[in-house]
Design a protein. Sequence first.
Length: 275
Amino acid sequence: YSVYWGLLKYLGLKPVTCSQTIETGFQPSEECIEKAFDEGIKAVLLASPDNPTSRVIDKKIAKLLIDLAVEKNVWIIYDEAYKHIVYEGEHVWIQKFSGASEVVISVNSFSKDIAIPGFRLGYLYGPKEVVFHATKLKGYLSITSPVPSQLFALVALRNGIKERYLKEVLPIYKSRRDAAYEAFRKYLPEAKVWKPNASMYLFPDMSPYLEKLRMDDITFTYKLAESKAVVMLPGSIFGKEGKNHLRVTFVTQEEKRLVRGIELLSEFVEELERK
Ligand SMILES: Cc1ncc(COP(=O)(O)O)c(C=O)c1O
């Protein structure tokens, strides 16, 4: 998730990354994880379901992370912002693995479950000492979360609104995911696109097109927005493996508009190729 890069830099922390590519369904490798622990990392940041790749972490990899974290006394910061946005399979509750309650700090959001990103409301759970210090830190940073937002979330939680909302929107998101995926296959057959089981994004690799055009993904997305009013995020803002990828949100637009946006994207590529 792109925001973490800036935060790590701001805090003067040195990130060690495990590559996640489309070839392996965006799963990090066991070897890379073991090597990072051997190098003496202090914490692991794991998002599942993920943004921008939408992948759900493999249970075997999650178990390895917990086992190593318990053995080496390393924190696992588990970003579960999309835990309820799952279409096939299920969210991986790493908190259930043996020893996890000592090392896992779960960070959560209301932005996705009940679609209130503007309300700026989230929550955290984990070991008592962590919650104690996090509460102090929150106080220093912004005193409190907005009270109207808290009241809204309380009502949504108490009256079953969250469950009803998710029940209604998940089939819609799923059908939009399928439509967007099929549109990529149809209009941009050379792009490598992966159909995720969760979250809100397709993350196609556009290398065959962008290499021909000799254009980077950041320039491309700016030009696409200016020329066709189609907005997608450039993959490189999510890290070096995101180069030449696009992050396509499939939940916010109706299928027709979504498909039309992808068609416009392909028309734009063709126009650039002709130039
Ligand atoms: C993986 C992930 N974590 C956290 C967030 C942030 O959520 P919030 O809106 O609560 O800041 C996002 C938002 O897009 C996200 O994708």
